[in-house]
Design a protein around this ligand. Sequence first.
Ligand code: AMP
Ligand code: MG
Length: 520
Amino acid sequence: MKLNIQDTFNKELPADPITENYVRQVENACFSFVTPTKTANPQIIHVSSEMLENLGLATADAQSDEFKNVFTGNEVLPNTQPYAMCYGGHQFGNWAGQLGDGRAINLTEIVHNKQRWAIQLKGAGKTPYSRTADGLAVLRSSIREYLCSEAMFHLGVPTTRALSLALSGDEVLRDVLYNGNPAYEKGAIVSRIAPSFLRFGNYQILAVRNDIETLKTLVDYTIKHFYPELGTPSKESYLQFFKKVAENSLEMVIHWQRVGFVHGVMNTDNMSILGLTIDYGPYGWLEGYDYGWTPNTTDSQHKRYRYGNQPNIVLWNLYQLANALYPLINETEGLEKVLADFGTSFETKYLNMMLSKIGLFTEEENDQKLIQELENNLHLTETDMTIFYRNLSRFSKENPGKGITIIQDAFYGPIEQLPEITEAWNKWFNKYSIRLQLEKGTDTERTEKMNAINPKYVLRNYMAQLAIDAADKGEYGLIDELFNLLKKPYSEQEDQEKWFAKRPDWARNKVGCSMLSCSS
Ligand code: AMP
Ligand code: MG
């Protein structure tokens, strides 16, 4: 196995001088060296062939013992020095102090085809940042992270990627419902890949500790490697850096809203400095279109991270990042402008995204109202987001009266007894049909464009759960099936129609399907 190793993070940034692996506060450093814990019986269950290629590896490499051992933490690559990053974060709105890679261990960075990739294992054992936890991950959450990160990439959403999914062979104790009933589960390790795993929290912890020197070193490092167009360090380039991060984060959350992805734990330690979706925990996919929905049971009371609140939370998190960067800029004006621009920029981008979902690519006077009425209608009765938009592409502007028939598969309950719902939709379809007359192109052309924006297949919560249940019994076929299905989320896949269906009733209130916790 030959990787073009080119480490920067653990070479250019200050390291924790202590190399023993015990829990502690780590100051004046960006990371601590740590070796992954060896596992009882590592077994690779799935590999992403695309990510293999991206790293410059061959299919045969993935079959080697070396691959298995390296990507489960049982062997350290020559000339590399694994490490865990130091970061803090605001959790559910409150500053939580030092968090850090408590169960993620970065192996190395490689460059292939001019692209830099950091390779990280999730669930490979304790680090100085593990606090009171075990540094491990269970199979169910690892399957969810593995499948979803690759699915998001193919949906066109900025995201960290995944290379491999493995069983560790160890048992891991978890109290899934936090109700005092812990049970043993299979341990697993995902190898995750991204240009960088830096989070808002990496900068925050340094600012909170008033370690401005290390903060500057880290920001300079980030600009040099990931925002090189911003040039040499200066107050101006730091401000531009913040602006770029704001733009990238906005882009990311607009995509989330487009595909109906709910992250579930948008703490500042889970916000990537590159605007990538990071840390797939108790995330979920909207089924019924509902601004108020969150998959995370830990958040069921305040629903801070509900679908409709995600853009606000990105902005809230950006405020925290602005505070962290302030000591390098010493002026609030520029930072405040970026934050203010976020709001206006969001309005425009969100509207354009929503218009594109209904096949409108120009903007007319009453479009905002048309979208508002659409969203109101979608909330009238439980209406499946994915099915609705996908089927809407079949709407013909010549025949608005047929609209309701076209979308009826998206309704979870019968609407025959609810004339007000039919009426609201008929009204909307009439307006929509008139609006479509102003749009260039034929119905067929619109169908095609809409189908490239509205996915047919997403990783519905129950689908991941089916794959988990099978994998628990040692059957991994469904992981492979879903992995391949979700590589082409916008394509019709005739033999896979079964996955273009509403959530089955059994999954409505099932743990893992609609109720997820942070216990992973
Ligand atoms: P999360 O909410 O999963 O993003 O995690 C928040 C913090 O808890 C991060 O610092 C994680 O590294 C840490 N953490 C989560 N699970 C574990 C675990 N099993 N062992 C050690 N640290 C963990
Ligand atoms: Mg996290």
